[in-house]
Design a protein around this ligand. Structure first.
Ligand code: ADP
Ligand code: MG
Length: 276
């Protein structure tokens, strides 16, 4: 979708990344020639067969890794490392088991979000707001082991949001959850991203998944990658109305999008299974 601002939120230009195995010196080209602009407020899903470089791309945007070639920019500035402006979430909850829900959510605040010093009272308020946002009010003093998988991912999401990022980088965040919890959290995630808000108030989200239906349900655009090396195969705009709820899955267009994406990755997915 076109926006009035000339500058994309994220800009990847001819990005490549290779890894060199420390002992053998063997080189793996994980991604090659990835060029992609992501607009502010856009929800982009990335799908593709296992090993096609999805996590590599996300880690480059997160600044957890540096590209071997090309450039990765946010707001026109080269990304040089991790920052609180980009919140990252993975499939495993990465919560601190010895800390309560509230302490987990406040973790980044206690350790000082750069440029945003919070007084203790502000910090408490920010923790409360974000626990409420993810629907966990009343569970502040519980510990991760007392929570279901879905609740733990809500805590991880609250922690990420409490740091005030404008970009959400989500690497299969719902991948470990049961199917029902997953469907519920997809809807919640859209609400939290800002689906009911005007576009300027939405965060920018990059969401990796291997679940095609999940990608279509969530995304403004789906980036389909292919592997060896990882490349952008095709980018599909998903022109389904928002806000979306479960009923959208019955829309004929929904089925067409899922089929189109599956057609793009099916052969490669089959080959990967055969090779395994
Ligand atoms: N740290 C690393 N060292 C060496 N090879 C890696 C590393 N991270 C990823 N790779 C390789 O890069 C390719 C892409 O991996 P990844 O981005 O994790 O794929 P995906 O997330 O799509 O499953 C794979 O071949 C993987 O083995
Ligand atoms: Mg991955």
């Amino acid at each position: 979708m076109a926006t009035t601002s000339s500058q994309p939120k994220l800009r990847l230009r001819d990005v490549s990344k290779h890894f060199i195995a420390p002992r053998t010196g063997m080189r793996t080209l994980a991604v090659a020639n990835v060029t992609l602009d992501i607009e502010s407020g856009e929800f982009v899903c990335v799908v593709g067969p296992s090993g096609c470089g999805k996590s590599t791309v996300l880690n480059l945007i997160a600044g957890l890794d540096t590209p071997t070639g090309g450039t990765v920019e946010k707001d026109g500035q080269k990304i040089t490392g991790p920052g609180a402006d980009r919140g990252v979430m993975f499939q495993d909850y990465a919560l601190m088991p010895w800390q309560s829900v509230a302490d987990n959510v406040g973790f980044g605040l206690r350790h000082g979000t750069p440029g945003k010093p919070y007084t203790p009272a502000q910090r408490e308020e920010r923790i409360r707001q974000h626990i409420e946002l993810v629907g966990l009010s009343g569970s502040e003093h519980k510990y991760p082991h007392q929570l279901s998988g879905g609740m733990r991912q809500r805590v991880a999401l609250a922690r990420l949001l409490a740091n005030g990022p404008d970009v959400l980088l989500l690497d299969e965040p719902l991948g470990a959850l049961d199917a029902q919890t997953r469907l519920i959290l997809q809807v919640e995630l859209l609400r939290i991203w800002g689906e009911t808000q005007p576009r300027e108030q939405r965060k920018t989200a990059v969401f990796i998944t291997h679940d095609i239906e999940e990608a279509v349900f969530l995304a403004d655009r789906v980036v389909v990658m292919s592997s060896h090396p990882g490349r952008v195969r095709e980018i599909l705009p998903i022109e389904l109305p928002r806000p979306r709820d479960e009923s959208i899955r019955g829309d004929a267009r929904f089925g067409h999008y899922v089929e189109a994406i599956w057609n793009l990755i099916r052969d490669e997915a089959r080959r990967a299974i055969a090779a395994a």
